[in-house]
Design a binder for this molecule. Structure first.
Ligand SMILES: [Zn+2]
Length: 81
């Protein structure tokens, strides 16, 4: 199954289903269903102490949802844009 859903953090199409705890390979955000409406909330689930807003800021700055994830992430593929 090819990814068709956009990661709420980095915006690339890396997820095969929305809000299904998929781990985005481009930014390392785990999609627990958090979206724009509650982006500032820290859910303390899969993403630890990261809110979606913070993760997006980190991605804009360093290319991962958190600097400690940098060794895990990869560049987006063309078909994921
Ligand atoms: Zn992502």
């Amino acid at each position: 199954m090819s990814p068709q859903f956009r990661c709420p953090c980095c915006g690339y199409k890396t997820l095969t289903a929305p809000a299904s705890m998929g781990l985005c390979p481009v930014c390392w955000w785990e999609d627990d269903g958090q979206e724009d409406a509650d982006a500032r909330q820290v859910r303390r689930t899969a993403n630890g102490n990261l809110s979606l807003v913070e993760a997006r800021e980190h991605f804009a700055e360093c290319g991962a949802a958190h600097p400690s994830f940098l060794s895990h992430v990869r560049k987006p593929e063309i078909y994921e844009r």
